[in-house]
Ligand binder design. Structure first.
Ligand SMILES: *[C@@H]1O[C@H](CO)[C@@H](O)[C@H](O)[C@H]1NC(C)=O
Ligand SMILES: *[C@@H]1O[C@H](CO)[C@@H](O)[C@H](O)[C@H]1NC(C)=O
Ligand SMILES: *[C@@H]1O[C@H](CO)[C@@H](O)[C@H](O)[C@H]1NC(C)=O
Ligand SMILES: *[C@@H]1O[C@H](CO)[C@@H](O)[C@H](O)[C@H]1NC(C)=O
Ligand SMILES: [Fe+2]
Length: 485
């Protein structure tokens, strides 16, 4: 049957509507998030053999090894230096000063040792250097004679809302060739402090005495960065080391002996959760594997810590945890729900700027969203856009031996802005109290490739007007980055 002119004209309008709809949908798709189609070529996720030079034991009898530092107080005027002497305790002393080879000060520390199955650890030293000057380069020496080793670090600027500072974010590192690549790319980034979101050595993938041996090798691998700048530690599931088959049932035994944190400075009762302030940032570290429900010590501590946050002094509020609260990967899906139900409301109320997590071996970034209205007798069960909410970023892609979490859930949820399963690290470059520049850098099998990035506007110092503008910029930046990658 032939179509009449009238009928044809009638069809024009629906066609226009359809065209608009299609156009609109394709825009919404971009806005709703991108699943990167980048597929990395294979590079085996195997641990580097123990006799490889990256694990080399330093020369000299009983020479200090596995040197690493972390912040030693609340505000950045102290550093904890930690190292291992393999054969005998030796001195727990650190000589330090502000000019090279000239050590005006000496600090005295302590050491401990532990067993794990039949493995006997070396002597693990911890030494606090305090009363340091801000924004100053310090040189330090440990060990003596032919076994002496020298390093340096730079203290952060004094707490100041306008201070600029560059953080790096690494998670789930392990000790494979991919881990080494991440570490090398991170070192090139020029960032000043690592926010480490858990799962250090993956030594628990080994059995019996090899567990302790792989904690040691990881310490020697990480030293190339961790001896020169603080790594802010957060515990993951691979730190639990619960291995009843060999009689090891004390959680976090190796980790707690080896990686001290300044928890008492923030009135925490446990090294697994604490807070520090550094330059213009207030950083809160949580433990996904310690009790956190209402009335537990971690919950009570966090409630008090949030009250202490002063955005006039430290405009940037950053939270670190191991298990992500927003994760659209098949791997570890929903594991963060229990903590989200307890803490998300506070994150929104206190306007946390950004939450970093690891655990999932891929990269994912959310929009500012929250899901705090749901309760079992009400039906509001979907995350909604919320300008008071943090951005959630998962960087569990340091490169450990378990490989990548390559299977994202389909379709991509609206709250998920960008996701990609490859190895890398992030940097957060705070410029002043209003602006920070965030990047995720994919290793891309040897070459550092910046892949995702945006300008982060401060939750406290960005006005509503500014935030609304940001939303547009933010999306444009994201689309721009994706387009240029
Ligand atoms: C610690 O070292 C001392 C001295 O070498 C040794 O006697 C002790 O057994 C060690 N303790 C543990 C728990 O390994
Ligand atoms: C920080 O910078 C802002 C904007 O330039 C200025 O108004 C404020 O006084 C500065 N604050 C401090 C403590 O220097
Ligand atoms: C649960 O949700 C309903 C509907 O929004 C609300 O009236 C009620 O106060 C909520 N209860 C709790 C304990 O949050
Ligand atoms: C803060 O940094 C941003 C980005 O570098 C810059 O555009 C802005 O002018 C700075 N604000 C002030 C008050 O210096
Ligand atoms: Fe994990």
């Amino acid at each position: 049957m032939m179509m009449t002119e009238v009928n044809k004209r009638k069809l024009v309008l629906p066609r226009l509507v359809l065209t608009f709809l299609l156009l609109f949908t394709s825009i919404t798709n971009v806005v709703a998030g991108t699943t990167s189609r980048f597929v990395r070529s294979e590079w085996p996720s195997v641990d580097i053999p123990l006799d490889h030079e990256v694990f080399a034991v330093p020369k000299g009898p009983n020479a200090p090894q596995q040197v690493h530092i972390t912040q030693g107080d609340y505000d950045g005027k102290a550093v904890i230096v930690s190292w291992v002497t393999p054969d005998e305790p030796g001195l727990s002393q650190v000589h330090y000063g502000t000019s090279e080879k000239k050590y005006d000060f000496t600090a005295e520390g302590i050491f401990s040792n532990y067993t794990f199955y039949q493995y006997k650890s070396g002597y693990i030293h911890q030494c606090l250097l305090d009363g340091l000057q801000y924004d100053t380069k310090y040189y330090y020496k440990i060990g003596n004679g032919e076994s002496a080793r020298e390093f340096w670090f730079r203290t952060p600027p004094k707490i100041n809302p306008n201070a600029s500072y560059k953080f790096g974010i690494i998670g789930d590192l392990g000790q494979t060739y991919n881990s080494l690549s991440t570490l090398e790319h991170y070192i090139q980034s020029g960032a000043n402090t690592v926010l480490f979101v858990g799962d250090l050595s993956y030594a628990d993938r080994y059995q019996y005495n090899d567990v302790g041996i792989r904690w040691d090798s990881w310490g020697r691998l990480a030293e190339r960065s961790a001896a020169y700048q603080p790594w802010i530690w957060c515990a993951g599931n691979h730190e639990i080391d619960y291995m009843p088959y060999m009689g090891e049932v004390v959680p976090f035994k190796s980790y707690l002996h080896r990686y001290p944190t300044p928890y008492m400075a923030s009135k925490s009762s446990n090294p697994l959760w604490y807070a520090i302030r550094r330059a213009s940032a207030h950083i809160i570290v949580l433990s996904s594997y310690s009790p956190f429900v209402k009335y537990t010590p971690q919950w009570q501590w966090l409630r008090e810590e949030f009250k202490k946050v002063n955005r006039d002094e430290t405009p940037w509020l950053i939270v670190l945890m191991h298990v992500p609260m927003y994760n659209s990967n098949e791997a570890h899906f929903m594991e963060g729900e229990s903590m989200r139900a307890v803490f998300e409301e506070w994150f929104v109320h206190y306007r946390v700027d950004i939450v970093f997590a690891g655990h999932v071996h891929a990269y994912e970034r959310s929009y500012r969203i929250s899901n705090i209205h749901y309760n079992v007798s009400a039906g509001d069960r979907y995350p909604i856009a919320d300008k008071s909410a943090p951005v959630y970023i998962t960087v569990g892609d340091g490169g450990n031996q378990e490989g990548l979490a390559g299977k994202f859930r389909d379709p991509q949820p609206d709250y998920s802005a960008f996701r990609e399963a490859s190895y890398g690290h992030s940097t957060l470059e705070i410029k002043n109290r209003t602006h920070a520049i965030y990047h995720w850098n994919r290793n891309d099998d040897g070459t550092k490739v910046p892949t995702d990035g945006f300008v982060l506007h401060n939750q406290h110092w960005g006005t509503n007007l500014r935030r609304r503008k940001l939303k547009k910029h933010h999306l444009r930046d994201v689309v721009g980055w994706i387009a240029s990658s």
